[in-house]
Design a protein around this ligand. Structure first.
Ligand code: NI
Length: 227
């Protein structure tokens, strides 16, 4: 299931994020890539010890905390601290890969299983050419290029790539998370049901049937979630 979430960041947050990005030191993106991904990864990434990283991470996590759509789509249990990358010049692409299934937390305190991946676009799409995030899922191949401040959420199990950026620069925040619901198919059913219930509540109010269906949603979540 592939979902786009518009306006995750406010214009003020986007401006703050860009100011922090401009002051950051950019290292080689291969630093966090596994063996296969490292062979096709050629971009820049903010290093784990960079002074701007904590504020950038906090800004993104606070914004995600406000997004009901993000919550119902991802049902996040643990989020690997968000990271930031840049494509442009001679470091401008990331070939086809699947994200590693488990990531060791930067603190060393345990692991996150990557069920859901997300990319939060930070550059104005008019400011660069190329740079589409191309994701293969069971319903075909999707080329994603979103407005600055908007995000795409997709299963970490999908093969994806970032097309070469041939003009300008593309900055983004990317993250992985372990979901309370491990299976993508179960997450999709829950998300679709939750969104339909939202509409029904708006149209009908809390009728007896709406209350019962809401109960069914939660009982399915209880059955499938690990929290
Ligand atoms: Ni990836």
């Amino acid at each position: 299931m592939l979902i786009t979430i518009p306006d995750v960041l406010t214009p003020d947050e986007l401006a703050t994020a860009r100011a922090l990005l401009a002051r950051a030191d950019w290292g080689d993106g291969k630093a966090t890539a596994g063996l296969q991904a490292a062979q096709v990864k050629n971009n820049r990434q903010i290093a784990e010890d960079d002074a701007q990283l904590p504020a950038l991470r906090q800004l993104v996590l606070e914004a995600l905390g406000r997004s009901a759509l993000f919550f119902t789509a991802a049902l996040p249990l643990r989020i690997y601290p968000p990271m930031f990358n840049r494509y442009g010049g001679d470091a401008n692409r990331f070939g086809a890969h699947v994200d590693g299934a488990v990531r060791r937390l930067p603190t060393g305190a345990g692991y996150v299983r990557t069920d859901v991946s997300a990319t939060l676009f930070l550059s104005d799409p008019a400011a660069y050419d190329g740079g589409e995030l191309v994701i293969e899922d069971t319903f075909g191949t999707h080329a994603i290029k979103l407005a600055a401040g908007s995000m795409v959420v997709y299963p970490s199990s999908s093969i994806h790539r970032v097309e070469p950026v041939t003009r300008g620069e593309r900055s983004a925040c990317f993250m992985w998370m372990q979901s309370m619901v491990r299976d993508d198919g179960e997450r999709r059913l829950l998300h679709e049901m939750d969104m339909a219930l939202l509409q029904l509540r708006q149209q009908l109010g809390d009728t007896d049937a709406v209350v019962r269906l809401t109960g069914t949603y939660h009982n399915l979540l209880r059955r499938w979630a690990e929290a």
